[in-house]
Ligand binder design. Structure first.
Ligand SMILES: C[C@@H](O)[C@H](N)C(=O)O
Ligand SMILES: C[C@@H](O)[C@H](N)C(=O)O
Lengths: 161, 161
């Protein structure tokens, strides 16, 4: 589903769901994603930051088509796990910088974040790997974001990368 | 730095730093990673989940060698940005499942999390891409984690993948 434009990839077809305040103990993530997987729903990003007071928030994205069904599952899980609440948002998009050998990661990440910042785009979530830096932003900011990253980074024009 | 064992990758040489309660507005992530990049420090993972009340937490990992220097930078940034505090932890490790075409992502993620859970290993942070599901865990759990994932998942024995 990701559209790749010589180093910048983006996906408009994303919705995010967060199960807030899950118990931060072994087995919780397994239960959440086991249940979603059993429902044959494909998850794109999974993001979990550091927990506090034995609680944590687990966020993930699915396609907009799967959003309603996944939200139901998340709400059921929230009750079963004794989590605090579910929050969700369909008006997001994912924008990524893709490149091999980004272990000089930090320079590229800084440039990407700078490009977004200079265009007043708030970065809502961040997830990275060696080859990809992904940011969740407002869907309405996506076109501006892709343009900004193209302008701000020297993208090796290798099609399909 | 990642050691890859036919589908399972791990990195013992990681330390995590979180700048807690940064203002959740454009420009903050750019400032944080611009400063670290200018100091010639390589960042591995960057994780940021959804913010609350106009605040968010930005977490990242660096090598243990770079930890002390990065912590100083983070503490300076914390003051300058008016963030709440810095938390850090050297006793972590990263364990990942690596595979191409993991858009059936959720099944693999669920299996990985289940393998860890069944061995009583708490998953502290999660970050994913299409080809990699990474978890931050206690460093002391790493050997058990790698073994558990090998046992729990059918890993295509392609060396170097
Ligand atoms: C919060 C969740 O990730 C939990 N720590 C687990 O290990 O499943
Ligand atoms: C918290 C931080 O990511 C902020 N939202 C930014 O855009 O820089």
């Amino acid at each position: 589903e990701d559209v790749v434009v010589s180093g910048v990839a983006y996906n408009r077809n994303e919705a995010k769901i967060s199960i807030v305040g899950v118990p931060d103990r072994p087995g919780i993530a397994a239960e959440v994603f086991g249940r979603i997987s059993d429902s044959h729903i494909v998850v794109d990003m999974i993001i979990q930051n550091v927990g506090y007071n034995s609680r944590n928030d687990i966020s993930f994205t699915v396609s907009k088509e799967d959003f309603a069904a996944t939200l139901k599952i998340a709400e059921t899980l929230c009750k079963e796990l004794g989590a605090e609440k579910v929050i969700s948002d369909e008006k997001i998009a994912k924008v990524s910088v893709v490149g091999v050998g980004m272990k000089t990661h930090c320079g590229v990440a800084a440039k990407m974040f700078r490009a977004l910042a200079e265009n007043g785009i708030n970065i809502e979530m961040i997830s990275t790997s060696e080859i990809k830096i992904s940011c969740v932003i407002r869907e309405s900011d996506l076109d501006k974001a892709v343009q900004a990253i193209h302008n701000g980074l020297i993208i090796n024009a290798e099609p399909g990368i």
